[in-house]
Every structure is written in structure tokens, then in C-alpha cells.
Ligand binder design. Structure first.
Ligand SMILES: [Zn+2]
Length: 451
């Protein structure tokens, strides 16, 4: 199958950041085979997409999420992270395969509608009688059709041992390691055009023991997969680490082997100058989640400083319980606005922000060779944004329009060369039927938690 998109502006995000005001891109199978100015040469039997009035960008890459939270949105709406967590843990304790599958489909369909072609997930709640939740979210990603990087999360530090989560949602350390290894063996695909890669992801310093962090890192490195965790999200976490371990969250992570170019950290909101430098020199990735950080009043990551220091920085929506919108294109806008609100007008350009959402995210997930830019030989993950509706018509620079304007409709979203969204409608799942199922699961979980 050959797909030709022509007549559109193109932002390639290639090595020289080439932009075309009227260009074309040709896709054969799951690969990009040509990118150029003007109309495309003709290809026999190709589907030709008229891109006039549109902007073509690489598909966006979401580097941090908790898909199951799509069915627990809107709770503890005005709380701090620790209060929000203690309110939500009992609700999350009720999740099962059905809840996770419905939530993941809902969250991924929304991500697709907002330009996302690759999403990671960090699933760390495994109730004892919940069933195979990892398989349930993988099935959801397959049905929606996004490229998927699920991370097998875990918690083993319950309240009785000084942790934050209740004891009935934590797991035994050996069971965690065995289940994580089994998940890698069963699901992880290292191929260039992989649709599914697994990472190892103990949850956070206040819900995981140091022993599990250390052994999880060793497991990931033995298996050649990436490592992911939450770090330095709030000042409460900083206080927790200093009281319990006598050091900052990053010093703690460093002591456990949790820095390096195979590690990516969610948030990284509270790093001092020395730590920003350390993140950069170790090549540790950061998933910057501006909306979630703002929703929980956690502060804002020093994304521009981290990039200057040499760290790969991508964007993430985070779980929908702390970002009810779950929209990846809105994170690009928020990244610019919050960077400038705290760092002045030159703190971040609109193109820097779009770069984080594309090549930056690809680098954070270890996929820079295959996704994140529009170049011949790369995978056909593309977003074609409609920029000629009343919301955007008349804005000369389509990148400024995309990043600073309201989220535009998607004319077409290709993942691995296959259409997932067309004319702002998800093709792979029925969004309205899904929304009704999400509402039912949400109510069921609240009823269970009250019992
Ligand atoms: Zn998170």
C-alpha cells in the first residue's frame, strides 16, 4: 500500500530541521520512502491525500502515562500529590482486566485524536485478584493501533513499612521481579519496527524499596530493556528522601544505579543546578509532564535547562487522574507557556516544544533511529493537522498555530503506515460506545471503594 500526502506544510524534525511550505511525503508499507518540495511523482495505485490547508508533523510520542487512570478522572480535584494518592489508592485497588482494558482504550483513543502515534505506559497497581492487567492494556493498544511501550511497574513499600500506599496494593518483591521478567519474555519486541516494547518500572521512592529498585535495574540491564520510574516530582518527595535516606531523590536514584542513557524519569520537577548537570552528563531521559505538574501544583520541570545540559527530554500527559484532558498536543503548548512563565520570554521556542514531543520523545524511549522525524527509511508515524478552520486560518506560521493555538482537528493519523484517525474520527474503536463503557467502569470502581 502506497500513501502520498501532498500540498501541505511539512515539519520534518530531521537533523537540519528542514521545513517545507508546500511539500509531499510518500509512504510505502510501514516506511517513509520520500520527502520533498512540491507535488509528489505519481505512484501506481497510490492513495493520494490532499494536504492543502494542513500541516504534516511526525506523530507525537507520549513518554509518561498511567492508562488505567482514564476511569478515575476528576477525583481529589484540588489536592496535593500525597493527598491525591491516598484518596485514589483505595479506588485503584478495585481495578481488574475489564477496567484496565476499557480505560486504556479510552486514553489511547484520546491520545490518537491529539496526534500521538507512540505511547508509553507505566502500570504499577496490581491488585491480588485483578487478573492479567498487563495483557489487558496491551490488548487495548492493539485494538486502538498505537505503537506501545508499556512499563511493568510495581510497589513493594506499603504503609506498615513506612511507604505511602496501603498494604493491600503492594506486591512481594520476588513476585514483582518474576512477573516483570515474564512480561519481557512474553511481550518485548526489539525489532526496528516494533509495535511493542516493554520497560521495567518500579513506581517511586516512597512506594518501592531500595532493594527492588536495585534488582529491577539489574533485571532490565540483563534483558536489554529500558528503565523507568517517577523521580523528584514534589517537595514532599524531597522531604521523604532526606528524612529516610539522608539525600535528595536524585542522589538516592544514582546510588541505586538509576541514572544512565537507558533510564528515563517521569517529572524531574525538583532538580538543582548540580543535578540538572548530572542528568545531562549521564544522558538520563526526562518525561516532562507540564499539565500534570500544574494540576497537582507540584512546580514545573526545568525542561529547557535539562535540554541545554544534554538530557533527552520528551513530553508526557501523565495519568488522566492528574490530567483529565489526556491530550498530547496540549502538553506542547503548556510546555512553552510554563517555561516562559517561569523562565522569561526566551526560555523556550515553539519549535523547541514541538521537538520535545517528537524527536525528544523518540530519544527518551530509545527509538530515535525509527520514529520522531519525517525522513526516508523511518517508520510511517505521521500526523496531518487541519490548519484552515476558523480556529487557525490566517496564522502564517503553521508551527506557531499548532503549538500556541487551540488543538486543531486531525485530518489523518498514520501509525506504522496504517490510518488510525481520519477527519478527526478514530477509525479503530467506537469512541462514543467506549465513552459509555468508561462511565460505567468509573461508577463501578467508586461503588467498590465505598464498600
Ligand atoms: Zn506518573
Amino acid at each position: 500500500m502506497t500513501v502520498v500526502v501532498e500540498g501541505c506544510a511539512v515539519v520534518t524534525m530531521d537533523a537540519v530541521r528542514r521545513e517545507l511550505s508546500n511539500g509531499h511525503v510518500v509512504v510505502q508499507g510501514n516506511r517513509i520512502v520520500a520527502v520533498g518540495d512540491g507535488a509528489a511523482p505519481s505512484y501506481d495505485g497510490a492513495r493520494v491525500v490532499d494536504g492543502h490547508g494542513c500541516l504534516l508533523t511526525p506523530g507525537l510520542v507520549n513518554t509518561h502515562n498511567h492508562l488505567y487512570q482514564w476511569v478515575t478522572r476528576g477525583l481529589a480535584a484540588d489536592a496535593t500529590l500525597f493527598d491525591w494518592l491516598t484518596t485514589l489508592y483505595p479506588v485503584w485497588a478495585g481495578i481488574d482486566e475489564e477496567a484496565v482494558n476499557v480505560a486504556a482504550q479510552g486514553a489511547l483513543a484520546r491520545l490518537a485524536r491529539t496526534g500521538c502515534t507512540t505511547s508509553s505506559d507505566h502500570h504499577y497497581v496490581f491488585p491480588r485478584d485483578g487478573g492479567d492487567l498487563f495483557a489487558a492494556e496491551i490488548a487495548a493498544a492493539e485494538s486502538v493501533g498505537l505503537r506501545f511501550h508499556p512499563a511493568r511497574g510495581s510497589m513493594d513499600l506499603g504503609r506498615k513499612d513506612g511507604g505511602l500506599p496501603p498494604d493491600d496494593v503492594v506486591e512481594d518483591r520476588d513476585a514483582v521481579l518474576a512477573a516483570t521478567e515474564a512480561a519481557i519474555d512474553r511481550w518485548h519486541d526489539p525489532a526496528f519496527d516494533s509495535m511493542l516494547r516493554v520497560a521495567v518500572a518500579p513506581c517511586s521512592p516512597f512506594s518501592v524499596t531500595g532493594d527492588l529498585m536495585r534488582e529491577a535495574a539489574a533485571l532490565a540491564r540483563r534483558k536489554g530493556v529500558r528503565l523507568h520510574t517517577h523521580l523528584a516530582e514534589t517537595t514532599d518527595e524531597d522531604v521523604f528522601c532526606r528524612e529516610r535516606f539522608g539525600c535528595s531523590p536524585l542522589e538516592y536514584a544514582d546510588s541505586l544505579g538509576w541514572t544512565g542513557d537507558d533510564v528515563w524519569l517521569a517529572h524531574g520537577t525538583h532538580f538543582d543546578d548540580r543535578e540538572v548537570k548530572r542528568i545531562g552528563t549521564t544522558g538520563t531521559g526526562v518525561a516532562h509532564c507540564p499539565s500534570s505538574n500544574a494540576r497537582l501544583g507540584a512546580g514545573i520541570a526545568r525542561a529547557a535547562d535539562l535540554r541545554t545540559a544534554g538530557a533527552p527530554v520528551g513530553l508526557g500527559v501523565d495519568g488522566a487522574a492528574s490530567n483529565e484532558a489526556g491530550s498530547l498536543i496540549e502538553e506542547v503548548r503548556h510546555a512553552v507557556l510554563f517555561a516562559r512563565a517561569t523562565g522569561g520570554p526566551e526560555a523556550m521556542t515553539v519549535r523547541d516544544a514541538l521537538e520535545m514531543a517528537t524527536v525528544g520523545g523518540a530519544e527518551v524511549l530509545g527509538r530515535r533511529d525509527a520514529i520522531g522525524s519525517i525522513e526516508p527509511g523511518k517508520l510511517a508515524d505521521l500526523a496531518l493537522w487541519r490548519m484552515d478552520t476558523p480556529a487557525h486560518a490566517g496564522i502564517t506560521d503553521p508551527v506557531a498555530a499548532l503549538v500556541l493555538g487551540t488543538p486543531p482537528p486531525l485530518e489523518l493519523l498514520l501509525v506504522d503506515g496504517r490510518p488510525v484517525v481520519e477527519r478527526d474520527t478514530v477509525l479503530t474503536v467506537d469512541e462514543h460506545a467506549l465513552a459509555a463503557r468508561v462511565a460505567v467502569v468509573h461508577e463501578t470502581l467508586l461503588r467498590k471503594a465505598r464498600r
